[in-house]
Write a protein that binds this ligand. Sequence first.
Ligand SMILES: NC(=O)c1ccc[n+]([C@@H]2O[C@H](COP(=O)([O-])OP(=O)(O)OC[C@H]3O[C@@H](n4cnc5c(N)ncnc54)[C@H](O)[C@@H]3O)[C@@H](O)[C@H]2O)c1
Length: 252
Amino acid sequence: MNDLTGKVILVTGAASGIGAATCFKLRDLGATVSGCDLSLVPLKTESRFEGLRMETVDVRDPEQVQAFVDLVVERHERIDAVVNCAGVAPTSYTTLMTHETTHHDWDQQIGVNLTGTYTVSRAALPALLVQGGAIVNISSIMGLIATAGASAYTASKAGVLGLTRSMAVEYATSGVRVNAVCPGYIDTPMVHTGLSRSDDPAAALRLLELLHPMGRLGEPSEIADVVAWLVSDSASFVTGATIPVDGGYTAI
Ligand SMILES: NC(=O)c1ccc[n+]([C@@H]2O[C@H](COP(=O)([O-])OP(=O)(O)OC[C@H]3O[C@@H](n4cnc5c(N)ncnc54)[C@H](O)[C@@H]3O)[C@@H](O)[C@H]2O)c1
């Protein structure tokens, strides 16, 4: 159903977690995938990254982003889809109230999660507009609901949903669809880094699992499956959508 043969797809945050799983899924469905990340060090020894082209890019830097987009267009003469997955969580997983957080933390989370999504989309849109295509933005359940102690992250992910809807409306008649996926807690290094800061990581993990009616965390591949559908022609009438993929987290 989601045959992606012939599609050139750009994925940010590609070295880890959901971004890496998305690259594997898109590649396995026939797409030509170009990934980027802040650091590519973990990939050097990993055979599962075979067949993927990876570049070092900081999505906060418009010049690096433009150079990456230009490189992909030069290599493949088109871009059919962009998956904005690069993201950072709060540096502290203790519940820091808004007045206790720092401007540095705010700038970091807004800068990567929201402004990075804008920067990459802005750079890739001229190529997407040539033949039409799709953008998928990875937001979060935190873009839909709030939890105490994560105001910058929540604001960044809610901002991604607003940006998604704005771009969807702007490009609806130009053949570029723009959608957002809101994962629940997913079994990735981001979550495990947070859990490792807890006094009792095993108990904290169980608590997180129980927040999902399905009683477990999601797998990165379960997000990748939805992204693959959204970039495929099977989703041809889907734009401006916000899709929770959260084991029921936001249903209660
Ligand atoms: N894991 C979860 O529970 C969860 C839930 C909801 C949303 N998300 C979102 O999904 C996305 C992927 O998260 P993940 O769990 O796979 O985390 P992860 O930490 O495993 O991967 C995130 C990747 O983004 C990269 N990155 C960070 N800053 C960057 C920058 N400035 N430029 C380029 N790359 C950068 C990191 O190096 C890392 O490889 C993020 O946007 C995250 O906010 C994750």
